[in-house]
Write a protein that binds this ligand. Structure first.
Ligand SMILES: CCC[C@H](O)CC(=O)SCCNC(=O)CCNC(=O)[C@H](O)C(C)(C)COP(=O)([O-])OP(=O)([O-])OC[C@H]1O[C@@H](n2cnc3c(N)ncnc32)[C@H](O)[C@@H]1OP(=O)([O-])[O-]
Length: 558
């Protein structure tokens, strides 16, 4: 749906489809009907398209993909109708202009945005390409090179970056009223020629360099998006913008999206998109307790115990989440020094690449508080233990934490398989204990498995879930059983790869095939990173490794 009103010669078309103004068929129809009204009204001299609520528009409605091409106007028809309007149209962007939302904005004659707005063409992350002119209009505005960067990786950019490269015409402060500012802007452009404002009519500036740029991105995409089909199809579509007239380029873009939509890769990525959102709505089966009716405990001070591979990654995740007080406890002096150095080097790297500013880097370093004894953790809100995977060591630590930490402190164990209830029982308040199972390297991997012990209180669970979301993790609540969910799934994968070793393959051969298929790391590389000894200890503990078996006995018999 879209609402229509007129203010001082300016027609306002506001997208109204909470929560994110996705371009469903109703919204597209609403825009078209409003546009007709504005064009027919002689008192209207300019048009503003904006979004109601928290955002401008996040793109096509993913739930309607199956019928996307069937209902008029579909998005690729709508953008051409908008661009050919005889009255100037200004896109007023706040929140997000993503995917089809940005493509609508590119079809408008002017684009203004709040400085806090974010822009992206993230279709590639759904296994498709921008199919409403994005691959044809963006290169005409910002060139082939930047377009390949934006479209083949789908990352989001700030309004300021978008303004610097020519997508946004005017930025307003983040606290400005976007609609009021856009209406004033629209009044200022009334009567101006639209000749250079229709992006599809512009030439592509760096068109002559397309082959060279294409080669560069093919190399990058081949490494960064191994096995993914959509990024290469995106590059091809952008190449056509340089080589073909707009109308022909659009035909190629359409062929690209039709080929990708409905592919297994796209179906899986769309499934993931919704699944990642669904897990935020956690529930404790059979109790009526859920994310909606349980509040997390306020967490300002966090401590991490252990600065090995996992601990370092967890500390970095907390710093990136903006936690201002992260105590790090590692009794071994060399491990402590190495760990802190590792963390600082990673932060330096982020700052050098521009992922964080120098000021953010300094405040993250300031947030690091090395501590040398348990007493120093007494006013910590959340402690995450990330030491060696040994029940006796963990029990020892939790017994001490139970003595020194304040009663409301949440005590989390980063175990990958151990019984959270057994750990909790050594503390005076087992309801404060929960599992937070990170995956190595914890500052990179998006998955966090929070383990609900039989005594964990709803508030403690809510706190762990909330902290995961603050860290930007896909945070899943699971029950307490051997290997939880992640490692139970991973086990089937490792069993099959281990069969291959038994049948004569080398670990590096197995890894090469897996990486070629699209895995970021091979299975044996993962083992080296997280420590093969951990798996060995688990198997031994559960008597799955029978030392009486002769060498060469297949894994299923060991
Ligand atoms: C021909 C077509 C060509 C075109 O090029 C194709 C496209 O545009 S493809 C599209 C290209 N665009 C994209 O890929 C952008 C996809 N969206 C995003 O990346 C994030 O939503 C965004 C970062 C924008 C906001 O993050 P946030 O503030 O944390 O908010 P949130 O993420 O929690 O979402 C809130 C609710 O909205 C739901 N929902 C969201 N988007 C869509 C959608 N497009 N559709 C339907 N639903 C959508 C989401 O499931 C959730 O529902 P629930 O029931 O409450 O769980």
């Amino acid at each position: 749906m879209a609402n229509y009103s007129v203010r001082n010669q300016v027609a306002i078309i506001s997208l109204c489809s909470p929560p994110v103004n996705a371009l469903s068929s109703d919204v597209r129809r609403g825009i078209l009907d409003s546009l007709k009204k504005a064009e027919q009204d002689v008192k209207v001299a300019a048009i503003v398209i904006c979004g109601e609520g928290r955002t401008f528009c996040v793109g096509a409605d993913i739930t309607e993909f199956k019928s996307e091409f069937k209902t008029f106007p579909n998005l690729f028809e709508l953008v051409d109708i908008l661009e050919s309007s005889p009255k100037p149209i200004v896109a007023a962007i706040h929140g997000h202009a993503f995917g089809g939302g940005l493509e609508v904005a590119l079809a408008c004659h002017y684009r203004v945005a709040l400085s806090s707005a974010k822009l992206a063409l993230p279709e590639v992350k759904l296994g498709i390409l921008p199919g409403a002119g994005g691959t044809q209009r963006l290169p005409r505005l910002i060139g082939i090179d930047s377009s390949m960067q934006w479209i083949a990786f789908g990352d989001e950019y700030s309004a300021q970056i978008a303004a610097n490269i020519g997508i946004i015409d005017r930025i307003f402060p983040s606290n400005a009223d976007i609609l009021e500012s856009a209406v004033q802007y629209a009044q200022s452009i009334i009567g101006k020629s639209l000749i250079n404002r229709r992006v599809s009519k512009l030439p592509v500036k760096d068109a002559s360099k397309v082959s060279h740029i294409m080669e560069k991105y093919k190399q990058i995409v081949g490494k960064k998006s191994r096995g993914a089909i959509a990024p290469m199809v995106c590059l091809e579509a952008i190449k056509h913008a340089a080589l073909l007239p707009y109308v022909e380029g659009m035909k190629k873009e359409r062929m690209g999206i039709e080929a990708l939509m409905g592919s297994d890769q796209s179906k899986s990525l769309i499934y993931m998109f919704f699944a990642e959102r669904q897990v935020r709505n956690w529930t404790i089966p059979g109790t009526g307790i859920n994310s909606k009716n349980t509040k997390p405990i306020k967490v300002e001070k966090v401590a991490v115990i252990g600065l090995g591979t996992m601990g370092r990654g967890i500390v970095l995740s907390l710093l990136k989440a903006g936690i201002k007080h992260v105590s790090v406890m590692e009794l071994n002096k060399t491990a402590r020094e190495n760990g802190l150095l590792f963390i600082k080097n990673i932060l330096e790297g982020y700052a050098a690449r521009g992922t964080i500013s120098e000021t953010q880097k300094r405040s993250m370093v300031d947030a690091l508080k090395p501590v040398s004894n348990f007493e120093m953790l007494k006013d910590t809100d959340l402690v995450i233990e990330a030491v060696f995977e040994s029940m006796s060591i963990k029990k020892d630590i939790f017994a001490k934490l139970g003595q020194v930490c304040k009663p409301s402190a949440v005590l989390a164990t980063n175990t990958s398989a151990l019984d959270v209830d057994e750990i909790a029982m050594v503390t005076p308040k087992p309801k404060q204990v929960v599992g937070m199972h990170f995956f190595a390297p914890a500052h990179v991997m998006k998955l966090l498995e929070n383990v609900r012990g039989s005594k964990s209180s709803p508030q403690v669970i809510a706190t762990a879930m909330n902290m995961g979301q603050r860290m930007g993790k896909v945070t899943v609540l699971v029950g307490n059983c051997h290997g939880f969910v992640g490692n139970r799934m991973f086990r089937h994968y490792t069993v099959e790869t281990d069969f291959m070793l038994e049948e004569g393959a080398y670990p590096e051969q197995v890894d090469t095939v897996l990486k070629k298929f699209g895995f970021a790391m091979g299975r044996y590389q993962v083992g080296d990173l997280s420590g093969n000894d951990i798996g060995y200890r688990m198997r031994t503990k559960f008597e799955m490794t029978n030392k009486q078996q002769p060498p060469g006995a297949p894994e299923r018999e060991r």
